[in-house]
Write a new protein. Structure first.
Length: 91
């Protein structure tokens, strides 16, 4: 019987909730674990598909977290005023 990593637990409701609550560093670690599993040439095709799906869920959550951080970031315009990062040209 093959042992599953935490990254493999995403298929369960508890695993999906864990992905939602993880920090960005933890999500990156999960993605790395999944990539390592996918690089194993002995991984059965069905498990590879499941790992790929899990990886896509983890990456989607990473993107959500990065987007949330970008929205909170501020940059300084030419006059020294802080403006939201996502405003083109600071206007």
């Amino acid at each position: 019987m093959q042992e599953k990593t935490n990254a493999g637990a995403v298929d369960t409701p508890e695993g999906a909730a864990a992905v939602q609550e993880c920090g960005l560093e933890e999500l990156f670690a999960q993605a790395e674990e999944i990539i390592a599993r996918l690089e194993d040439p002995a991984l059965p095709l069905e498990e590879a598909f499941a790992a790929y799906e899990q990886g896509m869920k983890v990456i989607a959550r990473c993107n959500e977290k990065v987007d949330a951080v970008e929205k909170k970031m501020l940059m300084m315009d030419e006059q020294g005023a802080l403006v939201p990062f996502d405003v083109p040209g600071g206007q």
